[in-house]
Design a protein around this ligand. Structure first.
Ligand SMILES: Nc1ncnc2c1ncn2[C@@H]1O[C@H](COP(=O)(O)OP(=O)(O)OP(=O)(O)O)[C@@H](O)[C@H]1O
Ligand SMILES: [Mg+2]
Length: 202
């Protein structure tokens, strides 16, 4: 097992945001988490990543943060770094060798090759979202976590992104967890969990 949450609860601002969540993520697992706005999806992903400590329950994993690739809902790109520099920085921060061939592959699949030298500040919203995906994958993490990775994308790019996430997870033997309220993603996953008011329904 790569990671397990047992009876996890999170309180934020005195309010229960996650309650009694049990979740196991096996090697090479692929999981979709859905639920309405405010149901706790981002909070759950933050606990899985290790960014947020649960108020109760336990999180067990053998992974280090460097083995996690995270697509943030709010992207968190650095505006005045160029596309390629953002990818190099992700490898530097995780102490992984920058694989130019792999980076080019990701940028090609995400239709960002022509933007390699562009500053993040000058990308369109959809391009920025695709860059955030490349950045999460460039260091070949064992666990890929993506928070609403298709929110700003049209149908063609939505399909390309979800296929790239799955192909990359397959090629690098990584586990993939996507959280979303984008109904377009449902058909791509055989395993899913629904969050409602901080509780996992199934
Ligand atoms: N730091 C915080 N302090 C207090 N409340 C918070 C904090 N962060 C999140 N919340 C609350 O926790 C609940 C769950 O938030 P979360 O961001 O996990 O939802 P979500 O399912 O990701 O929503 P969305 O689909 O809109 O992204 C919300 O009611 C939110 O207001
Ligand atoms: Mg969210």
């Amino acid at each position: 097992m790569l990671l397990s949450l047992r009876d996890v609860g999170v309180q934020l601002g005195g309010k229960p945001v996650l309650q009694a969540v049990h979740l196991s993520i096996a090697e090479k697992a692929s999981l979709l988490v859905t639920g309405p706005s405010g149901s706790g999806k981002t909070t759950l992903l933050s606990v899985i990543a290790g960014f947020l400590a649960p108020t109760r329950g336990t999180r067990e994993t053998t992974l280090t943060l460097a083995e996690t690739g995270f697509v943030f809902q709010t992207l968190h790109l650095l505006p005045y770094l160029r596309v390629q520099e953002q990818l190099r920085l992700a490898c530097y921060a995780t102490q992984k060798t920058y694989d130019a061939h792999w980076a080019d592959h990701l940028l090609t699949k995400l239709e960002l090759v022509e933007k390699t030298g562009a500053y993040a500040a000058h990308l369109s919203t959809g391009e920025a979202q695709r860059l955030a995906i490349a950045r999460a994958l460039v260091h070949k993490p064992q666990l890929i976590l993506a928070d609403e990775p298709t929110a700003a994308l049209d149908d063609v790019n939505c399909e390309a992104v979800i296929r790239l996430l799955q192909e990359t997870a397959g090629a690098t033997n990584a586990a993939l967890v996507v959280v979303t309220h984008d109904a377009r993603l449902k058909p791509y996953f055989s395993s899913s969990l629904v969050l409602k008011e901080g509780r996992a329904l199934a």
